[in-house]
Design a protein around this ligand. Structure first.
Ligand code: FES
Ligand SMILES: [Fe+2]
Length: 344
């Protein structure tokens, strides 16, 4: 996993995916077992038994209270990954412990720390509060991507592709036509890219969910915390309607689009996506529409990036990319990720 930033928190799952069933997901090349204790806490430990490496997520491995029992010969581990029982002897080898991962449940996500666990506490976890906040309704999912994480970063940092790849869903001509501004906040570790369209067509994604029929003022303000959490603050309002001087914005619709980009391997990625809104909070039809639409859009990206991954792996390294203004945010993100990689 040479191109992947380690010593980093990554989203491994949604909290709803982890319960009293054994659940496994590979993050940065490491197979990790997740389960919830009877008290409701999420655990994260290696999904390979220390005895003969049988996966603990594989039947007949199972939970027994707050322990997990290997389905091959019965090594039994506690919630901290330490072996508490082995078959045929009372002495438990001191090294019989699974690698345990620092794990935090926050903003509907299960975050794990990959790398040196001693560095977990000093590494901030980026926030996406709207996914789990009163006054907001969120829909979310995860699509497997057969492409390296950096291709998804490029994709999300340059939304001009909405016009072409997502035409008829979220793309309109104005997205590609409107220049961006890019700002790098080194101290906060955030790359910001803004595109503010004063008078744009309303794409179906927003027309159907908000009920706006005419032209719109559309703001796309991206904040990306490399390497793992992307937030798009999307503001939609009838053309000409701006926030009040005091910052209140009652006549606009706000959508927070969140992506957690988690490398599975060098060349595959977990593409977690979520869409939170501050309107039509209890309207199931709007939730269903946004879930289905965003998933469709994500799958359009997945299809394109899967093709791109195949092309890149089939060609010699060292090709010369040609970058233009729209790539400023993506290039800034790459530089920040390169620095994070080098610093570890
Ligand atoms: S492989 Fe797990 S107990 Fe033997
Ligand atoms: Fe896209």
């Amino acid at each position: 996993m040479t191109s992947v930033v380690r010593n980093q928190w990554y989203v491994a799952a949604y909290g709803r995916e982890v319960g009293r069933d054994l659940f496994s997901r590979t993050v940065c090349g490491e197979s990790i077992l997740f389960w919830r204790t009877r008290g409701g806490l999420v655990t994260a430990m290696s999904d390979r038994c220390v005895h003969r490496r049988f996966p603990l997520s594989e039947p007949p491995s199972h939970l027994d209270g707050d322990t997990v029992v290997c389905g091959y010969h019965g090594f039994t581990y506690g919630a901290d990954g330490v072996c508490v029982a082995v078959p045929g002897q009372t002495r438990i080898p001191r090294t019989a412990r699974l690698k345990a991962y620092p794990v935090v449940e926050q903003d509907s996500f299960v975050w794990v720390f990959i790398g040196d666990p001693d560095r977990a506490a000093g590494t901030p976890i980026p926030r996406a509060p709207w996914l789990d906040l009163p006054g907001w309704t969120a829909v979310s999912g995860m699509e497997p991507l057969a492409a390296r994480a950096s291709l998804l970063v490029d994709n999300l940092m340059d939304l001009s592709h909405e016009t072409y790849l997502h035409g008829g869903y979220i793309g309109t001509p104005e997205v590609a036509e409107t220049p961006i501004t890019t700002e790098v906040d080194e101290e906060a570790g955030i790359v910001r890219v803004s595109r503010r369209m004063a008078d744009a067509a309303c794409p179906p994604f927003y027309a159907k969910s908000t009920g706006i029929t005419g032209r719109i003022t559309r703001w796309q303000d991206i904040e990306f915390t490399p390497p793992c959490l992307y937030r798009l603050h999307s503001r939609i309002a009838p053309a000409g309607v701006l926030p009040n001087a005091d910052g209140t914005d009652p006549d606009a619709f706000h959508v927070e689009v969140v992506y957690a980009i988690t490398p599975e391997t060098e060349s595959s990625t977990h593409d977690f996506w979520a869409v939170a809104r501050d309107f039509a909070l209890d309207d199931e039809a709007v939730s269903d529409f946004l879930r289905e639409s965003n998933r469709t859009v994500v799958l359009q990206d997945v299809a394109a990036l899967n093709v791109l991954e195949r092309v890149l792996t089939g060609e010699p390294d060292g090709y010369q990319e040609l970058s233009i203004n729209i790539d400023t945010g993506g290039l800034a993100a790459r530089r920040m990720i390169a620095r994070l990689s080098a610093a570890l």
